[in-house]
Design a protein around this ligand. Structure first.
Ligand code: AMP
Ligand code: ZN
Length: 133
């Protein structure tokens, strides 16, 4: 596996994902263990580990894509708001060492806890088809 990295493998198409958006720079797909319905991840296709080893130019381009995907999710789903989360280092809860931005849809008054819940693969497949851009 390239860089021994599961997100590189997803970017290369070696491992399937519930893709919702792709362009020359990034890929966006549903988190398989979502915090909430529509929880998506935006990754650059090129490997870097976190915020600090990713160039300013790449980060600027990624955040523009995060905005685009979040805007789409917000209109396509019942969604009152959303959190953007980006973890750096094990101490901060980073489990995959390929920089990624979480888009976490929220509903007013929802009891969300920032804990992964085991995703239902059929539901994720259907949701990815609905959210495909
Ligand atoms: P973090 O804790 O910020 O490193 O987030 C990693 C996220 O990646 C977690 O929310 C995982 O559920 C998610 N994840 C891990 N493997 C996959 C995968 N193969 N497809 C989609 N999401 C994944
Ligand atoms: Zn990687």
């Amino acid at each position: 596996m390239k860089n021994n990295c599961i997100f590189c493998a997803i970017a290369e198409g070696e491992i399937p994902s519930f893709k919702i958006y792709e362009d020359e720079l990034v890929l966006a797909y549903l988190d398989i263990n979502p915090f909430s319905a529509g929880h998506a991840l935006v990754i650059p296709k090129a490997h870097s580990e976190g915020l600090l080893d990713t160039s300013d130019e790449t980060l600027a381009a990624i955040i523009a894509r995060v905005k685009k995907v979040a805007a789409h999710i917000k209109t396509a789903l019942p969604c009152d708001g959303f959190n953007i989360m980006q973890n750096n280092g094990e101490a901060a809860g980073q489990t995959v060492r390929h920089v990624h931005f979480h888009i976490i849809p929220r509903m007013a008054g929802d009891p969300l806890s920032f804990e992964n819940r085991k995703g239902d693969m059929d539901a994720l497949k259907a949701l990815a088809a609905r959210l495909a851009m």
